[in-house]
Design a protein around this ligand. Structure first.
Ligand code: TNX
Length: 542
């Protein structure tokens, strides 16, 4: 009993004597409007979390906030499904309002007052975004004392609706537990679109019930190239490598992302980057094979045969299963880097060119993409493809992902196609972020933190009406030289933070010096989460 009493006194004294104030507001991405107010809200073991009783669907999002509060105060608040009473104090209230429509689907308003914290949004996603902001107002770890949150008013909403991050799981495979972490990292940075690159020459990573060999054969390769792919002679480690996601795992990840207000855009590469599929079903090629799941990196001449009707029925079956697994509206069909060598020499392809009144293999590529797009439209889906798809003509509602610079995106916007800017020059995170001599082996290129930060997704040369077709931007992480998740983190952090501000914050509110200052707090958060971030941006030049 005495011990309990002493404990009680000690807790009481330390609680009243000491409060943890997060000294500076250092939110990333920077909110659009923030004003500091007088005083603090004291978050402690008695703070309650209320949800509007008519909005119990906010429960999952609210429980994420409850978890965060536990990290900061040691006490997880109970969620109460009530409107707080007029005279109540020491609470956080989450509610949907349809009044400030200017907030859009992902905006929120956050009011931290001495007696309460109010978070309001039009949609659950806005509450989710607001919770990410609240997290950054709290200490990174439990500090054995109540927390004083600076009083402030924020109204915030994203500049772009597609705030994407891509991960290539074909060149190297990452299990579901890593994918969930990746999704957490996206949520932290208010990103909302996960582009999951599921198939390529070196691996087919999604279970397709109708074609089991895709994963049985295409999910595995005999070895992996050692060193840079351009080095000669090429060497391989001869270690069987691979893996894939079952459909149950995919559904689990889709739900996990949805709970964090993230949509997944799956990518099934076609007609190129298809060797893993051709290793399993060589009859879908122009030559008949045989093929092996590729071990080296690069661009390969054997692609899906566009003259073969079987190719289309196979892809339609595959896409039918994919469409059923992913509730999002958009499916990425690749379309990049397609050598036309095999189609040129293939009688069936030449016959198709003649029968469809096409001029050449480029137009055959256009025919291929258009046919797949039409099929997906019948499933209520919309395609996005790499900017090469513009070369052959594309359907009206197709979206274009501009990776070979921004020119493809500009052309697509001029043609009134929705555009996601993802140029190698600024948003390729497989490129070096520091002095090549000091960095682990990477693909090539040079995309330091400051370069990422400087990107503007909307080119000035577009007219105002064309600018509206730039729906957003995306950073890509190709994993040829990224064999482990620790290395994924290294290439991603802190560039993900710079990208998040490019995607979320109005260019007028961006400022490099201010960003690097705010990043000092973010590094503490990354440390607390055990994230293997890079400090290459702070390398001292010799
Ligand atoms: C080009 S980006 C590719 C990928 C590579 C990447 C490496 C794109 C559409 N195709 O197959 O992994 O470069 O940076």
């Amino acid at each position: 009993k005495l011990l309990t009493l002493i404990l009680f006194i000690v807790t009481f004294l330390s609680a009243s004597a000491q409060q943890n104030i997060v000294p500076d507001i250092s939110i990333v991405p920077k909110p659009q409007h923030l004003t500091l107010q007088q005083g603090n809200f004291i978050l402690n073991a008695n703070t309650r979390l209320y949800i509007n009783p008519e909005q119990q669907f906010l429960k999952t999002t609210a429980s994420q906030l409850a978890q965060t509060i536990k990290t900061a105060t040691g006490q997880q608040p109970q969620i109460i499904y009530k409107k707080p009473r007029k005279r109540a104090a020491n609470y956080i209230y989450l509610s949907l309002t349809n009044s400030p429509d200017t907030l859009g689907p992902e905006g929120y308003s956050l009011s931290v007052q001495p007696t309460r914290i109010l978070l309001a949004a039009n949609q659950p996603a806005g509450i989710g975004m607001g919770i990410q902001t609240i997290k950054q107002l709290l200490p990174v770890a439990y500090t054995f004392a109540p927390v004083a949150v600076l009083a402030l008013e924020i109204t915030d909403k994203p500049n772009y609706s597609w705030r994407g991050l891509h991960l290539d799981v074909a060149r190297h495979f990452f299990p579901v537990s890593d994918i969930k972490k990746y999704i957490d990292y996206m949520a932290m940075h208010k990103l909302n679109t996960f582009h999951w690159h599921l198939t390529d020459d070196q691996g087919w990573r999604i279970e397709i019930k109708k074609y089991p060999k895709l994963t049985e054969v295409g999910g595995w390769r005999d070895g992996t190239i050692v060193g840079h792919a351009l080095e000669r002679p090429q060497q391989f480690d001869n270690k069987k490598y691979g893996g894939f996601y079952t459909q149950d795992e995919i559904r689990d990840v889709v739900q996990y992302a949805k709970d964090r207000h993230i949509t997944i855009v799956p990518e099934i590469e076609m007609p190129g980057h298809a060797l893993a599929a051709l290793a399993a079903y060589p009859e879908l090629s122009c030559t008949g094979g045989p093929f092996k799941t590729e071990q080296a990196w690069g661009i390969f001449e054997d692609v899906f045969c566009a003259g073969n009707e079987q190719t289309y029925s196979f892809l339609e079956d595959v896409l039918t299963e994919v469409a059923a697994l992913f509730p999002g509206q958009v499916i990425h069909i690749g379309g990049d880097e397609v050598p036309k060598t095999r189609w040129k020499a293939c009688p069936k392809c030449q016959a198709k060119i003649a029968a469809e009144n096409l001029k050449n293999e480029n137009e055959l590529h256009g025919y291929f993409i258009e046919r797949i797009a039409k099929f997906l439209k019948s499933k209520d889906k919309r395609i996005i493809g790499w900017d090469e798809i513009l070369d052959g003509g594309i359907p009206n509602n197709a979206l274009v992902m501009s990776w070979r610079g921004t020119a493809g995106g500009i052309k697509a916007a001029e043609q009134q196609h929705g555009v996601v800017m993802s140029p190698t020059s600024h948003l390729y995170f497989d490129y070096y972020q520091g002095d090549q001599q000091l960095e682990p082996l990477a693909f090539g290129g040079y995309t330091p933190l400051s370069k990422v930060y400087s990107f503007n997704p909307t080119p000035g040369k577009l007219t105002p009406s064309e600018k509206r077709f730039i729906i957003g931007a995306q950073a890509n992480l190709w994993t040829e030289y990224i064999p482990t998740f620790k290395q994924v983190e290294y290439m991603l952090f802190p560039r993900i933070a710079a990208a998040s501000e490019v995607f979320w914050t109005n260019p007028a509110n961006k400022n490099w010096d201010d960003f690097t200052k705010r990043m000092q707090e973010q590094y503490k958060r990354y440390d607390a989460l055990g994230i293997n971030y890079s400090t290459s941006a702070y390398q001292v030049k010799q």
